[in-house]
Design a binder for this molecule. Structure first.
Ligand code: COA
Length: 180
């Protein structure tokens, strides 16, 4: 039994739904993580990830008392991505956040911004977290825009931290502080 839990039902926004990530989501999820056009933005290289490793990860997430993984759907119930709160520290009331909208046709339609905002409200109101941290590469302008719009602030730059496409890029650490 977790000391915290997922929302009892779906969290329904204007155009976006957040719900618990289910085992049935994993095939689609694996496809997204291995897509180089998606993968280049993520903090881990998932190119060689296989079904068994993904299953292990899912089992770990189910058991973990410090991680919550969500699926992102359009308002019509079409599954387009995932997001998660990781390494939740209940004493310090902080966590890390990650998001991927894997269905590229659904980029730039507002779902990412809505999903981030909804999870931040859930983290603050229900989980009572005060600080959420994330990493984003300097070339991920879309994500930086979304996080800034949702109230994240740049707190640190790790210069030339990430190697991609024969170049070193900065990693930005961004932070969301709950005002509740
Ligand atoms: C990053 C991601 C979550 C954003 O979600 P999304 O639904 O595509 O984003 P939204 O439609 O909510 O908002 C996109 C914003 O970025 C802006 N944008 C898009 N491309 C941009 C660019 N090249 N430069 C600056 N801003 C850009 C859009 O105009 C929009 O801002 P606006 O609402 O002020 O007009 C999603 O695209 C994604 O998962 N990408 C691949 C994986 C990834 O990058 N994950 C995050 C890792 S840190």
């Amino acid at each position: 039994m977790k000391i915290f839990d997922y929302p009892e039902t779906k969290i329904i926004g204007k155009n976006t739904i957040i719900r618990k990530l289910e085992h049935r989501d994993l095939d689609k999820s694996l496809e997204w993580l291995k897509d180089p056009l998606v993968n280049k933005f993520l903090s881990q290289d998932f190119a060689t990830l296989d079904k068994r490793q993904e299953d292990d990860w899912y089992r770990f997430m189910q058991k973990s008392k410090n991680d919550l993984a969500f699926a992102i759907e359009t308002i019509n119930g079409y599954y387009i991505g995932n997001c998660a709160l990781h390494k939740i520290n209940w004493f310090r009331k902080c966590a890390e956040f990650g998001i991927v909208i894997g269905e590229k046709d659904y980029w730039d339609k507002g779902h990412g911004s809505e999903a981030v905002s909804m999870v931040m409200v859930y983290a603050a109101d229900k989980l009572k977290l005060r600080r959420i941290i994330l990493n984003v590469y300097e070339y991920n302008k879309r994500a930086i825009r979304v996080y800034s719009k949702c109230g994240f602030k740049l707190v640190k730059v790790l210069e030339e931290d990430h190697y991609y496409n024969r170049k070193y890029w900065d990693t930005y650490i961004m932070e969301y502080r709950s005002r509740r």
